[in-house]
Design a protein around this ligand. Structure first.
Ligand code: IPM
Ligand code: MN
Length: 357
């Protein structure tokens, strides 16, 4: 009997449905070739549903999503909905409630892709960022008082406990070991200013590394310097681990060095036994390109590959990555929406045909 994976599909807003359609096409081609099945259930959470019903995420949704093997997400964010409502109510809520405490974001330049960094190619740009995904400023701890008066005060705190830091670091060290490249883990922080939070991160980093991962080299960079080196010497990096907000910011920088949002994928991962993880292109809903069949689906396709890898289908994941590399090397060089020289569905077909073998 072949294995069947139950996948919750959340196409979401804007161009989300278009890219997820191509992603599913490719993932399905991999399933056929490698002998497993996908049982996909689609949910309509997103801006349109919110505008229609006033409901962001029904109460039953989180419990239902918990029963799937993985979640495949398109994009969240709608031009007619105030920023924050959908992002917090769907994306961040799922990350928190499903305890997806890792956001894994590969920064990989595929062959043939136009890179904005001078004299850097696929050999120089190939690392992963492990972003802590459920703590820090994103917890929303804080508040406003005396709103609207000259004395107004707003506070939003960067909150971390040892448990959160340790579990994120452990995943990062394991990732460096598993990648088995330069076996180097770089902690990205701000120990010179955020002397409380990054004192904790730095101590935990060296304690765990020295004790459990003597084979993994440890490095430290301030977040501002990290940005500089990601541009100047990206080849220094193998695995970067960082807190939530810093990770959000540096992975947009990372994305542009790999050709932009058209190809940047990520996984919101709960690595614990029974944990449900969620995979997504990191680029957002791109409202102005919606429905035009011009958006680049490669990021969603790469997110699909990450999903299969997490499900234990490493060969299928690798086949998708290889197919994407072949397509960027020989067909789609400009990854920008409307500039690919192919439609969204044509790019999906190019990859799917190669995956099918
Ligand atoms: C991301 C996004 C989200 C984040 C937004 C949409 C809430 O920017 O996944 O990087 O800040 O985490
Ligand atoms: Mn972001």
């Amino acid at each position: 009997m072949s294995k069947t994976y139950r996948i919750a599909v959340l196409p979401g807003d804007g161009t989300g449905p278009e890219v997820i359609r191509e992603g599913l096409k490719v993932v399905q081609a991999a399933a056929t070739r490698f002998g497993f099945k996908l049982d996909a259930h689609t949910y309509d959470f997103g801006g349109e549903r919110y505008i229609r019903t006033g409901e962001v995420l029904p109460d039953s949704a989180v419990g239902e999503l918990r029963k799937f093997d993985a979640i495949y997400l398109g994009a969240i964010g709608h031009p007619d909905v105030k920023p924050g409502i959908l992002e917090k109510g769907i994306l961040l809520r799922l990350r928190f409630e499903l305890d997806q405490y890792i956001n894994l974001r590969p920064v990989k330049l595929f062959p043939g892709v136009d890179c904005p960094l001078k004299a850097k190619g696929p050999a120089e740009i190939d690392y992963v960022v492990v972003r802590e995904n459920t703590g820090g400023l994103y917890t929303g701890i804080g508040g406003i008082s005396q709103k609207g008066t000259p004395n107004e005060v707003a506070i939003q705190s960067m909150v971390y406990n040892r448990f959160q830091v340790d579990r994120c670091l452990r995943y990062a060290f394991e990732t460096a070991r598993k990648r088995n490249r330069r076996k180097t883990l770089a902690l990205c922080g701000k120990t010179n200013v955020l002397t409380h939070v990054f004192d904790l991160w730095e101590r935990a980093f060296h304690e765990m590394g020295g004790r459990d991962y003597p084979d993994v080299k440890r490095e430290y960079f301030h977040v501002d310097a990290t940005c500089m080196w990601m541009v100047k010497n990206p080849e220094w990096f193998d695995v970067i681990v960082t807190e939530n907000m810093f990770g959000d910011i540096i992975t947009d920088l990372g994305a542009i060095t790999q050709g932009g949002m058209g190809i940047a994928a990520g996984g919101n991962i709960n690595p614990d036994p029974g944990g449900v993880s969620m995979f997504e292109p990191i680029g957002g809903s791109a409202p102005k390109y919606t429905g035009k069949n011009v958006i680049n689906p490669l990021a969603a396709i790469c997110a699909g590959a990450m999903m299969l890898d997490a499900l234990g289908e490493a060969k299928a994941a690798k086949a998708i990555e290889d197919a994407v590399a072949d397509v960027t090397a020989h067909k789609v060089k400009n990854l920008g929406a409307g500039k690919m020289g192919f439609t969204t569905s044509e790019v999906g077909d190019l990859v799917a045909v190669r995956v099918a073998g």
